[in-house]
Design a binder for this molecule. Structure first.
Ligand SMILES: NC(=O)c1ccc[n+]([C@@H]2O[C@H](COP(=O)([O-])OP(=O)(O)OC[C@H]3O[C@@H](n4cnc5c(N)ncnc54)[C@H](OP(=O)(O)O)[C@@H]3O)[C@@H](O)[C@H]2O)c1
Length: 257
């Protein structure tokens, strides 16, 4: 409901993996746009720091934080339902929690690959299922899936499993889009390029064409606000580069990745 005095009612965005990197910065930027925040991750001290920072900038915002390990299916459903009861309406869910661990296949690193697969795909599956329960009940909502440019084509070495999980979540979101086509429920898939975060903190050397957290997340927020079906973020250089990555002959591709 809108009253002349109160202004438009704030929208609520639920962000997973909001304790650091892109998730924490999305929280800051969406709060600055007037959103109330439902934030979760495993490290509640970091979530509380994000909450305190947001509230210091704008005391009118409402920020709720919950501990959540996205590999615990039951907890994903419970925390999402808890947020839905607390806020009445959840306008957006950003499936963002992710892990970049990995080992070259066949080199004894199955544990790291499995952990990445369980977090990035099975965890995202539970989050998508839990979000859709809420959106179907509301008959509205916007699902945002954080994939990666690594989803464009199979990746070698330590990134093979990670890339496969990011292709899988993009495919999952496309399936949901087909399911909800013609309804008020919308789906966006984001394909971030390299953006500074804990995952990409420069300790292993900076990846090429990396941008600051603030700049990269600004591009993500813009695409989300426009409810685009899909977007490379930032668009340059990643949108054109993704075409090269997808179609390059293997010899050239191996030099690129
Ligand atoms: N940065 C990039 O260049 C880039 C590029 C493409 C895609 N992405 C994607 O962007 C997303 C955010 O990553 P980031 O770059 O911001 O890295 P990050 O700073 O390492 O943040 C990852 C977030 O995911 C959370 N997380 C990890 N495992 C979790 C679990 N089991 N349960 C709940 N939360 C978990 C972490 O929180 P806790 O540890 O507190 O649980 C943290 O908040 C990921 O999906 C990543 O794949 C990033």
């Amino acid at each position: 409901m809108t009253t002349p005095d109160a202004g438009p009612e704030p929208k609520t965005i639920l962000i997973t993996g909001a304790s650091s990197g892109l998730g924490a910065e999305m929280a800051r930027q969406f709060a600055a746009l007037g959103y109330d925040l439902a934030l979760c991750a495993r490290r509640t001290d970091k979530l509380e720091a994000v909450r305190d920072e947001v509230l210091a900038a704008d005391g009118a915002r409402r920020v709720e934080v919950r501990a959540l390990d996205v590999t615990d299916d039951d907890a994903v459903f419970a925390v999402f339902q808890d947020f839905a009861s607390t806020f009445d309406t959840i306008d957006r869910v950003v499936v963002n929690a992710g892990l970049g661990k990995g080992a070259k296949l066949g080199t004894g690193g199955h544990r790291a690959n499995r952990q990445t697969a369980m977090t990035n795909f099975v965890g995202a599956l539970a989050q998508t299922d839990a979000a859709l329960e809420i959106f179907r009940r509301q008959n509205s909502g916007h699902l945002v899936m954080v994939s990666s440019v690594a989803a464009v084509r199979g990746m070698p070495g330590t990134t093979a499993t990670y890339a496969a999980t990011k292709a899988a979540v993009a495919h999952l979101a496309e399936g949901v889009r087909a399911d909800v086509h013609g309804t008020p429920i919308k789906v966006t898939v984001l394909y971030p390029g390299f953006i500074t975060s804990e995952m990409n903190d420069g300790t292993n050397g900076n990846p090429p064409m990396i941008v600051s957290t603030e700049k990269g997340v600004r591009a993500m927020v813009t695409a989300i606000q426009k409810e685009k079906d899909s977007a490379f973020v930032p668009p340059l250089p990643w949108a054109p580069l993704s075409v090269v990555m997808r179609h390059a002959p293997m010899g050239l591709y191996r030099k690129l990745v």
